[in-house]
Design a protein around this ligand. Structure first.
Ligand code: ZN
Length: 305
């Protein structure tokens, strides 16, 4: 039974979250979305190499695009129609080529809900589990404008594409952040788009309700490190190097070993959390960002590994 002080504290936290929580609540149940990490307000496209750009700012995760000889391939779609049209305007400043393709790294709303700002009739690539998640999410009448934008090309595993002369490898390394994460690897440019497989400065978010698992994330990060790439674009960080990814991998593996040992000693979830000094972060409306320690604990006791 919560006491009065707890309730007041809870109210104050909710009140201070203000518009963000309210705005997010609409899609919270069906499309969990990471909280924005100090996203700059204005949207900008920065060149990397070989016609590849990454896009920061606006609403939703970082995205990117590749300008090929005659076309444009976009990776992820931002969270809102407004931000998506902002990204398309940035592309138009750089090339008259039409956007023909979108590749989705996974199904979270901050990566896909901007699709309604794109022209219809695009070829949209995604993992088949991402399409299933999107079909489920778009049953929400508030998201019905997205129904014409379900992925048109799905796969259960890897796909090697040559789009207008650009080699694009869609790689699936198994369940990790969700059960449908694609790594978009450009072997000629040595660049990979890795969606939300890496967070820096905070615990990685693993959507267990979408089939994600911390042990799968470890396997996926090892396979990303084995790619012949030197630049990694993730949804919510600056550009990453292999050293950044290795650092995250090591820290997850250390936590997994420690949680495993504590479980073998018969510790409960609360005891494991307090052994790590994990403080519970209040949920934002219906949303909650569970600590990595909790995710690992649940992965082990449900044998999701
Ligand atoms: Zn995500």
């Amino acid at each position: 039974m919560p006491n009065k002080i707890t309730l007041i504290a809870k109210f104050m936290v909710l009140a201070s979250l203000g518009g963000l929580a309210a705005a997010a609540a609409a899609t919270a149940e069906t499309t969990p979305t990471p909280r924005p990490q100090q996203q700059p307000v204005s949207l900008s496209a920065q060149p990397l190499r070989g016609g590849v750009y990454w896009v920061k700012g606006g609403s939703g995760a970082n995205t990117g695009f590749i300008i090929s000889k005659n076309e444009v391939i976009v990776v992820d779609a931002k969270m809102t129609e407004k931000s998506a049209t902002g990204m398309l305007a940035e592309i138009r400043k750089l090339t008259p080529n039409p956007v023909k393709y979108v590749v989705l790294t996974h199904s979270d709303g901050d990566h896909v809900n901007g699709l309604s700002g794109f022209p219809k009739g695009l070829t949209i690539f995604a993992h088949e589990n991402t399409k299933k998640d999107m079909e489920e999410a778009f049953k929400d009448p508030k998201l019905s404008a997205l129904l014409p934008y379900l992925p048109t090309e799905t796969s259960a595993g890897d796909r090697s594409l040559n789009i207008d002369g650009v080699r694009v490898n869609l790689l699936y390394f198994g369940p990790a952040h969700t059960s449908g994460d694609l790594v978009v690897y450009l072997p000629d440019e040595k660049i990979a788009f890795i969606g939300d497989l890496v967070f820096i400065g905070r615990d990685p978010l693993i959507h267990r309700q979408k089939g994600g698992t911390s042990f799968g994330l470890v396997q996926t990060l090892k396979k990303i490190l084995a790619l012949d790439a030197d630049t990694f674009i993730s949804g919510h960080t600056d550009l990453l190097t292999k050293a950044d990814i290795q650092g995250l991998l090591t820290s997850i593996e250390e936590k997994q070993a420690k949680v495993k040992a504590l479980i073998q000693q018969g510790k409960s979830l609360d005891e494991v959390k307090s052994a790590f000094g994990v403080a519970e972060v209040p949920a934002q409306g219906a949303r909650r960002w569970p600590s990595l320690v909790e995710t690992i604990y649940l992965d082990i006791i449900t044998e999701r590994r």
